[in-house]
Design a protein around this ligand. Structure first.
Ligand SMILES: Nc1nc2c(ncn2[C@@H]2O[C@H](COP(=O)(O)OP(=O)(O)OP(=O)(O)O)[C@@H](O)[C@H]2O)c(=O)[nH]1
Ligand SMILES: Nc1nc2c(ncn2[C@@H]2O[C@H](COP(=O)(O)OP(=O)(O)OP(=O)(O)O)[C@@H](O)[C@H]2O)c(=O)[nH]1
Length: 439
């Protein structure tokens, strides 16, 4: 997706502009309620054209600092990934040295720039007093806007689209090419995996076709739900399962569980709510996390839990305590027997898979990193310079630090939290971290 960066000295109205442009799409596409918005980056949609807008949130606050070695790599990286920069200046009070050195930096980087003069509620005064001096910055005609009062934002939007299309970028909104999501339903014996699997098939009126496996039995099921393809791996046991057939020990072998987790993108970890969370549940969930798979956690047999309507918090707490290492997973309460909550599982799988395959731009990561590091005390002698996402499935981040030996568990916890809270929540997906020494 084309990336547009908002750059400018403090207080020129970058955040205001960001919010207005992002919200513009609401008028066109009815937005779902309760969708959490990323404060740093978001997708802008404009009559069927889309691009990603990123607020640099003060990474460029001190133009002097921008040139300093430490920040150079970060900022260059951001610029390199951007297709266009909105260089915002104050159209009411005019430009200062800060704007000029920022302009210098942008010009040298060779990035395409649209000069935006914000706070120009008074057009006549702007034309007369401010506009002439803006040409000094070397970016041609400024576009006067008022972010706060939504003046001239359409013109700006059209200019952005025009510039991006001139560069040959494809802004059309296309339906995503969706590959099949591979799902493993895992859990201890007797927690209700088969019943749950069958309930999903019934509830979703799914179309099922067995995929021939390598063994003499078809082991996987291809399932179509709402036109989307899902592959439930290793379902032979779950499908074939009947009251008559004796349960073989082999079916529960650890080897088999490991293998089906390895073949899946998303593991649905099924727990028996009447039994809490056992050591074996923890082991299975741990396996899912270590193998780098997305996950959804299900408390099944909810119908057998007494006073259940008052106990969601208690079970959520239990989940967070005992399965803290997969606490990013969506948690669902079901009764496979009664069909409660079953349809939520597919939504949760979709969410987890989408996190699992999300790639965030370095610019968003690094503006969050700089912001958070500004009020964080790292261990003495540790410096974290910048980071980038190097992989998906699972999302994997590489951080450049001065000393990799100083990276201990708390620092990893800190970075994962920073990513989830300030960049992207990655709900349902683990985050892997790598570190590299840099000076
Ligand atoms: N008059 C006027 N004021 C504006 C306009 N846009 C923003 N402001 C005001 O300018 C101030 C700064 O706005 P922000 O959006 O926080 O600016 P910023 O560039 O993100 O600032 P930093 O976060 O410090 O980098 C706020 O008091 C806004 O209300 C505008 O179009 N006209
Ligand atoms: N009350 C209640 N019983 C359930 C529920 N889900 C499953 N059961 C019962 O629990 C027992 C075990 O369910 P299964 O679906 O066979 O469990 P499983 O995890 O596939 O078991 P294995 O194949 O042995 O691993 C059966 O008697 C189910 O009828 C539920 O939500 N509520």
């Amino acid at each position: 997706m084309a990336t547009v960066l908002i750059v400018g000295k403090p207080n020129v109205g970058k955040s205001t502009l960001f919010n207005k442009l992002v919200r513009k799409r609401k008028a066109i596409v009815e937005d779902e309620e309760g969708v959490t918005r990323d404060p740093v980056q978001d997708t802008v949609e404009w009559y069927g054209k889309t691009f990603r807008l990123v607020d640099t949130c003060g990474v460029f606050d001190n133009p002097q600092d921008v040139i300093s070695k430490k920040m150079k790599e970060v900022t260059l990286n951001m610029i390199r990934e951007a297709d266009l920069v909105l260089f915002v200046v104050d159209g009411k009070n005019g430009i200062t040295k800060e704007d000029e050195s920022l302009a210098d930096f942008l010009r040298k980087s060779g990035v395409d720039v649209i000069l935006v003069a914000n706070k120009t509620e008074n057009q006549r005064r702007f034309e007369r007093e401010i506009k002439p001096e803006l040409y000094r910055l070397g970016f041609g005609d400024p576009i006067p806007v008022s972010a706060e009062h939504s003046i001239n934002l359409d013109t700006l939007m059209e200019k952005i689209i025009q510039k991006l299309e001139e560069k040959g970028l494809d802004l059309e909104t296309k339906p995503e090419i969706t590959e099949a999501i591979k799902i493993a339903i895992v859990g201890r014996p007797n927690v209700g995996k088969s019943t749950l699997f069958n309930a999903i098939l019934n509830k979703e009126r799914a179309l099922v076709s067995p995929i021939p496996g390598t063994t003499r039995d078809p082991v996987d099921d291809e399932v179509f739900i709402d036109g989307k393809k899902y592959i439930f791996v290793d379902t032979a046991g779950l499908r074939r399962k009947s009251r008559i057939e004796p349960k073989t020990v082999e079916r529960y072998s650890t080897y088999r569980v490991v293998e089906s987790i390895e073949r899946a993108d998303v593991a649905v970890i099924v727990l028996d709510a009447t039994q809490g969370i056992t050591r074996q549940d923890q082991r299975i969930a741990g396996l899912v996390e270590r193998k780098g798979k997305a996950s959804v956690v299900v408390f099944n047999k909810w119908d057998l839990v007494e006073h259940r309507e008052k106990r969601y918090d208690e079970f959520t707490k239990l989940f967070r305590e005992k399965l803290y290492f997969v606490d990013y997973s969506p948690l669902i309460f079901t009764s496979a027997d009664k069909g409660w909550g079953v349809e939520k599982i597919i939504d949760a799988i979709n969410l987890a898979y989408s996190s699992y395959t999300t790639k965030v731009p370095s610019s968003a990561l690094n503006s969050a990193l700089q912001k958070v590091l500004a009020f964080t005390n790292l261990p003495r002698g540790l410096k974290i310079f910048f980071g980038l996402q190097v992989d998906i499935k699972p999302p994997t981040f590489l951080f450049f630090v001065n000393n990799t030996e100083k990276i201990k568990e708390p620092q990893k916890v800190f970075l994962r939290r920073l990513i989830r809270e300030y960049v992207f929540p990655f709900e349902g997906s683990p985050i892997f971290l790598k570190f590299k020494k840099s000076r």
